[in-house]
Design a protein around this ligand. Structure first.
Ligand code: PMP
Length: 379
């Protein structure tokens, strides 16, 4: 028997869909895959070459648990320059991004503490919170995914310890303005909460500007900023990211890292060190994603029974549909009838929605979205 803690955790929402897709592929069918949450590019060649050369030089051993000092210093510089966050190496822990969310929560919350977050949310948040002993409390945002502070107050209790934010948002593509984030920060200060700010899509913003709440002086001691290399540099398989936090939280998280992962993969740390100087690749990939975003949005806008929030960041669109069907059924229907993979909205906290990732080729976008159009025309 596995523990009750693990029994509370769900498996990935897309498992049955992937099984079905594999079955259809085996039958020789072409599948239009918009389910993927990662760039379809290979990591830029120069990053691979640099990491490879370092590996040949013998950088294949354990590193200090918080990460190699060169990388921690370079991340601190990047935080100052790009995010306006005043950080030093002692405020940085190098670790895979998703793991840093776990480390931050494990370091901050006690069993039963509440974690507040807006809906729709990144699919893994509820399970990560539960796994680390927290209680998930979600609240609805408005039609533009903005915060309604008066109604949010009702969700705060003496047990609320953390506010969990993702910006730009997976799955909606929303990018919060500095003004909204300053108001949110006031709310967090008033209610004496910590903020975990997941900024993994910070480089993929097509409209609007990145603002990091950790740059606000009064937020510094209560903010954990999380980011990484997966999305900006197409490095998902390298498992490398970082957290930026007050030294006390970094020390606590480093203790956990020592007793779990030991350290982030050494070769990936060298790749990340090089990546931070490779602004050019980020911009090239971002421009490519932007073209695809425009194509996907223009095609989806033409489809009956769909309404769309035009995404400003990340690489997802999250249309709402007007059919009498649950999102799980809709996604299975699209796969079985049109060979199209999308992710249902329900695990993101939003029924009657589906998430479409446009990190796919132009051809897939054209053909696949036409198929989605066919489906809605027939329904
Ligand atoms: N946060 C968000 C919002 C994400 O979308 C993802 C990846 N899908 C992660 C964290 C985890 O990133 P990584 O794979 O680099 O650990």
């Amino acid at each position: 028997m596995v523990s009750s803690r693990v029994n509370k955790i769900n498996e990935s929402a897309t498992v049955s869909m992937s099984n079905k897709a594999a079955e259809l592929k085996a039958q020789g069918k072409t599948i239009y895959n918009f389910g993927i949450g990662e760039p379809d590019f290979t990591t830029p060649r120069k990053i691979i070459d640099y990491a490879y050369a370092e590996a040949l030089e013998g950088k294949t051993h354990y590193t200090p648990s918080a990460g190699i000092i060169e990388l921690r210093k370079k991340i601190a510089e990047k935080m100052k320059k790009k995010n306006n966050i005043d950080a030093e190496a002692k405020n940085i822990l190098v670790t895979p991004t998703k793991f840093s969310l776990n480390l931050a929560l494990y370091s901050i919350i006690d069993e039963g503490d509440e974690v507040l977050m807006p809906s729709p949310y990144y699919v893994s948040y509820p399970d990560i919170i539960t796994l680390n002993g927290g209680k998930v409390v979600t609240f609805e945002t408005d039609n533009n995914y903005e915060f309604d502070f008066d109604s949010m107050k009702k969700y705060v209790s003496p047990k609320t310890k953390v506010f969990m934010l993702n910006n730009p948002v997976n799955p909606t593509g929303k990018v919060y303005s500095e003004k909204s984030l300053r108001k949110l920060s006031d709310f967090i200060i008033e209610n004496n909460l910590y903020l975990i700010s997941d900024e993994i899509y910070e480089d993929l913003i097509y409209k609007g500007k990145m603002f990091s709440p950790g740059s606000i002086e009064e937020m510094k001691e209560r903010t954990v900023t999380v980011s990484g290399f997966s999305k900006s540099y197409a490095m998902t398989g390298w498992r490398i990211g970082y957290m930026v936090a007050p030294e006390e939280i970094i020390k606590a998280s480093n203790k956990i890292q020592q007793q779990t992962l030991t350290c982030a993969p050494s070769i990936s740390q060298y790749g990340a060190l090089y990546a931070l100087d490779d602004e050019k690749s980020v911009i090239e990939m971002k421009n490519e994603f932007n073209k695809r975003r425009e194509l996907a949005v223009s095609m989806l806008k033409e489809i009956n029974n769909l309404s769309l929030y035009e995404p400003e960041g990340a690489f997802y669109v999250f249309p709402e549909y007007d059919l009498n069907k649950k999102s799980n059924e809709l996604a299975m229907d699209l796969l079985e009838k049109e060979n199209v993979i999308v992710t249902p909205g329900s695990p993101f906290g939003a029924e009657k929605h589906f998430r479409l990732s446009y990190a796919a080729s132009e051809e897939t976008i054209k053909d696949g979205i036409s198929k989605i159009g066919n489906y809605f025309n027939k329904s």
